[in-house]
Design a protein around this ligand. Sequence first.
Ligand code: NAD
Ligand code: ZN
Length: 257
Amino acid sequence: MTATDNPMADLPEGIARLRAMILESEKITVFTGAGISTESGIPDFRGPDGIWKTMTPIDFSAFIASEEVRRESWQRKFSGDEKLTNAEPNAGHQAITSLVRAKKVHWVITQNVDGLHQRSGTPEDQVIELHGNAGYAKCLDCEQRYELADIKRAFLAQNSIPYCDACGGIVKSATISFGQAMPVKPMQLAEKASLNCDLFMAIGSSLSVYPAADFPRLAKHKGARLVIINAEPTDLDPVCDLVLQQQIGTTLSAAID
Ligand code: NAD
Ligand code: ZN
């Protein structure tokens, strides 16, 4: 029996298959979603305890159009940001970093905005952030960077929301909102990383946010083997070589042990 005979594998058979697939691969691309960071205490969006169960997202066009909406957006950010800023990388991030150091994983494409791959030791230039980073803010016009601590201080003290010192543009958290254009360079890099791998591991993503979720399809189409580790089923499970419906931290740690 080969590693790909039974896509819906149970543990520990599934872990043995994952381990074999990693050993057989030379160029792995990892793709992560919010699910890898729930074990660090950051809720996902669409899982059973997801953020969208209690709050609707703010669309980019609404943020641009209305100062009131921008204020609401900063209010949300500063009332819920402890979970993000206090979070530490977990066993899943660390296992991926081990595979990066072993020169198995060349690229980590992430939908996450928490910076935990970098904090766990994966070099910044190997992390492709598709949805930006929640750890700082940027002017939407000239891309000047602003630190959140400064914005938060002014927001709490004077209830003021930020505009760019350099050009007067609107300053926004450096994340990509619904309705906002995807960043060009990360999208190009992610395409390259998907086309140039022999194993693509999609970890902790509902694979329902496009265009990000196109990358596993692209990798599979180009001939890479596709593994999905996610607690819930995804639309791509039927075309996968291995599906592990398991907790990410324990699964990945056991597979590289
Ligand atoms: P998602 O919320 O759509 O899906 C997460 C998936 O992970 C769910 O299917 C859930 O069942 C699974 N999951 C959760 N914890 C798990 C665990 N411990 N083990 C195994 N599976 C687990 O997430 P998504 O696909 O990344 O899309 C949501 C969007 O939200 C992304 O674009 C991302 O930018 C953003 N987001 C980011 C963060 C973060 O940076 N940590 C957090 C929430 C949302
Ligand atoms: Zn500016």
